[in-house]
Design a protein around this ligand. Structure first.
Ligand code: ACM
Length: 755
């Protein structure tokens, strides 16, 4: 990433104020009054009888008391008073802590519960169970949520997680004041909820014969050959729903339709459109097999939803609606007949018909329908709530139509995306969603008027599990992005502060470890960037998210290895740099490496005939002249530029004339992702005397199975010039039978090294 000259960098010597507390989400108001004190006496309860059901809340308070083994002592008992107030917003609370007692006020049980969550977090600096009590600050906290819907999702279809893991997940949601658990229960790769009326869902749909190994984009496909599956019994579902309810969490079940239904159709082929027997899916992606809108299918779905509604008290039932290819409906005589009979325009309207029938059924049972944003296509069901995932546009459109919306755009809310570009990151689906980006999300789009904005109920983090096979990896992917989102949906936007957040968050990792779980702690990972200073000179900058400590820099080049003192950004020489954060004299976080090439085009002026795609450095194509190569594994980093279908035609002008003898280029090649090496390259230099381009070399490019195709060209004689032209011909149309057939290929190029 290029640094603007005037952005101050964090050198590690920044004087960071320790935060006054470690609460996440940051409360609306936090005021200390006096010094912290030690609490180690028995507790006395004083509970306002206006609360309907304080026993649940009391159970949580007693658990807190037991965690710290608060002892009976000679001192007078410490009173915890719970009082009711109509002055606080829904789910809000006021927590007053002083030496003589605690006073927690709320207008509902959820508010009481959240007050206790804050009390628990305030206690975390004390070791549990050591009989020495708890150190507490003397504070008054007034707090309430910014959004009523604060959700986390978990896909248990691609991988199945034990009941205990789900409970731990719910514990985390509750601790961070999130109140909806979206449980994605049915998928092409597995049906995970017991439905008594349809036993083959348990016998057949809950198991797949084997599972893809590696990424869906890898070729050839490899499988593990092991049967995989499982499902939650109705007793287990009840247990989880009750466990969630005790923690102020509503569980929203998702039963996918009409797509993502291959497992169900494998168990009951009559639900599909082709009458062909099929198997539960064994790899990821989107499948053509979808429910056929016959009366048999509607009967099945109504039976399933009837059992689902008996297990889940949630007003909302999620019915999916995403990624339902229509090819089988197009070639089905039944579907085409139905389209005619119902006066529908096309298959999209047929999907809308399908969903509206399901909505009527849910509404007649007092429930509301939620669907992914594809349910807008072909017309929205009258009372539907939309979950906007393909960006925010679906949510904006739905809100403008007067429908409620939950924001889950991939760009901010998909926690199955990579959270770091570090080469040690475990395999993920793709994308890049670092913590700071999640934290920077604001769920209300600017396009909405004030009254339309009231339809945005909140946001949700999604944890899709194609590449998440274990609880350990699931927590690694979810934490700490869940905490960033918790603050997005609870704390008023104007009070958010990323630096404050990271300093509070830093203290949560040891608490999770006490719970037996590990989040992804990248707060101290060294981050290295090459940018330009105000004299257009390339400089290397080291930082970490905490802005804490100093850095150890090791440079390796040919036969030298040297350790350099880092005293701020510096102009690097060619070489491989490894940079490590040092905090209190010890290495912290992961080190980071960068290979820098001092070459003749470093920092030269660049003009492109076609701009790269905005997602792939379209705004800063100069990265191909900054001396740094892209990743050998991913084209989505900050060093590759990506052309969607276009050729690359670059004119590069150096400050002074240069003499060159070789050119080194690299191209990403990943046909499964529509990315192809080019077919032809031409490199020319400008001869001012004749006002003409002279071709230094022209050649074809052969691709191989490698992900990065290198081209190294030694010129037959040295060339001298100040203006150069590089023409790289896009592969062109993707051939029949390949992923993306018929589309033009992507072309990815990184550093253009002229030497
Ligand atoms: C989705 O990610 N297919 C909703």
């Amino acid at each position: 990433m290029l640094l603007a000259c005037c952005i101050p960098f964090t050198s590690g010597r920044a004087d960071v104020q320790e935060p006054p507390h470690m609460l996440i989400p940051q409360p609306v108001s936090y005021q200390t009054q006096g010094e912290p004190f030690r609490l180690n006496s028995a507790l006395d309860w004083d509970i306002d009888p206006s609360f309907n059901n304080p026993s649940l809340v009391l159970a949580h308070l007693k658990r807190w008391q037991e965690t710290y083994a608060l002892q009976q002592s000679d001192a007078a008992p410490f009173t915890v008073r719970l009082s009711f107030s109509e002055d606080l917003p829904a789910e809000g609370y006021k927590l007053h802590i002083e030496k003589s007692g605690i006073h927690l006020t709320a207008g509902d049980e959820a508010g009481l519960f959240y007050g206790i969550q804050s009390l628990r977090q305030l206690s975390w600096s004390s070791a549990p169970g050591d009989n020495t009590g708890i150190t507490l600050p003397q504070v008054t906290i007034t707090d309430y949520p910014a959004f009523p819907y604060r959700g986390m999702h978990l896909d248990v279809g691609r991988h199945f997680f034990p009941v205990e893991t789900i409970k731990t997940y719910l514990d985390l949601l509750a601790t961070y004041k999130m109140n909806r658990f979206h449980w994605h229960l049915t998928e092409d790769q597995g049906w995970r909820i017991e439905i008594k009326k349809y036993p083959k869902l348990q016998e057949v749909a809950a198991y797949r014969s084997e599972t893809l190994v590696g990424h869906l984009n890898d070729r050839p496909y490899k499988y593990d050959g092991k049967k995989y599956g499982g499902y939650y019994t109705q007793e287990e579902v009840k247990e989880i729903v009750a466990y969630a309810a005790e923690r102020s969490i509503t569980v929203i079940p998702e039963i996918e339709l009409p797509g993502h239904a291959q497992a169900a159709i494998a168990a009951y082929p009559e639900l599909g459109c082709t009458e062909q027997p099929i198997e539960v899916a064994t790899k990821w992606g989107i499948y053509e097999n979808i429910y056929c809108p016959t009366e048999t299918t509607f009967q099945f779905l109504e039976d399933v939803l009837t059992e689902v509604m008996s297990l889940f008290p949630s007003e909302y039932i999620h019915i999916g609606g995403d990624e339902a290819p229509k090819s089988q409906w197009k070639s089905s005589a039944f579907c085409q007949e139905l389209i005619k009979k119902e006066g529908l325009k096309d298959e999209h309207e047929l999907q809308s018909y399908f969903i509206q029938r399901i909505e009527k059924f849910l509404n007649s049972n007092g429930r509301q329908l939620i669907g992914w944003d594809e349910i807008l296509e072909g017309g929205l069901a009258p009372n539907a709530t939309v979950m906007s995932w393909r960006g925010e546009s679906g949510g904006i459109e739905a809100a403008k139509q007067g429908h409620d919306v939950i924001m889950t755009p991939t760009t901010y809310c998909y926690f199955d995306y990579y959270q770091s570009v570090h080469p040690d990151e475990p395999l993920a689906i793709g994308g890049f969603l670092p913590l700071e980006k999640v934290y920077g999300y604001h769920p209300i789009p600017q396009e909405l008027s004030e009254s339309e904005a009231t339809h945005i109920l909140g946001a949700q983090g999604n944890v899709w599990t194609e590449y998440i096979a274990t609880p350990e990896k699931m927590f690694y992917m979810a934490l700490p992005r869940m905490q960033a989102l918790a603050e997005v949906v609870w704390t008023p936007a104007e009070q958010k502060d990323y630096s404050g957040f990271t300093h509070r968050l830093d203290q949560h990792f040891p608490v999770w470890e006490r719970m037996g779980i590990k989040g992804a702690n990248h707060l101290y990972d060294a981050e290295v960037t090459i940018g330009t200073n105000d004299h257009d000179k390339l400089i290397l900058n080291a930082s970490n998210a905490m802005g804490k400590g100093s850095f150890r820099v090791v440079r390796t080049a040919e036969d030298i290895q040297e350790e350099l003192d880092y005293e701020g950004p510096f102009a690097p020489e060619s070489g491989h740099y490894t940079i490590q954060s040092i905090v209190d004299g010890e290495p912290r976080g992961r080190s980071s490496s960068i290979t820098f090439y001092n070459h003749l085009l470093n920092g030269a002026a660049l003009e492109l005939t076609h701009q790269p795609h905005p997602k792939y450095n379209g705004q800063q194509p100069e990265v191909i002249l900054n001396g740094v190569s892209g990743s050998d594994q991913r084209y989505g980093d900050s060093e590759w530029i990506g052309m969607e279908g276009d050729d690359l035609e670059a004119i590069i002008t150096t400050l002074e004339p240069v003499e060159a003898s070789s050119l080194h280029l690299r191209f990403f090649h990943s046909p499964g992702q529509w990315v192809y090496a080019p077919t032809m390259i031409r490199f020319s230099y400008w001869i001012p005397e004749t006002n003409q381009w002279s071709v230094a070399f022209e050649r074809t490019v052969d691709s191989s199975d490698e992900k990065v195709i290198e081209v190294k060209e030694l010129f037959t004689r040295e060339i001298k010039g100040q203006r150069f032209k590089l023409e790289v011909q896009n592969f062109g149309e993707i051939p029949h039978g390949a992923q993306g057939a018929g589309h033009r290929a992507w072309l990815f190029v990184d550093e253009i090294r002229l030497q």
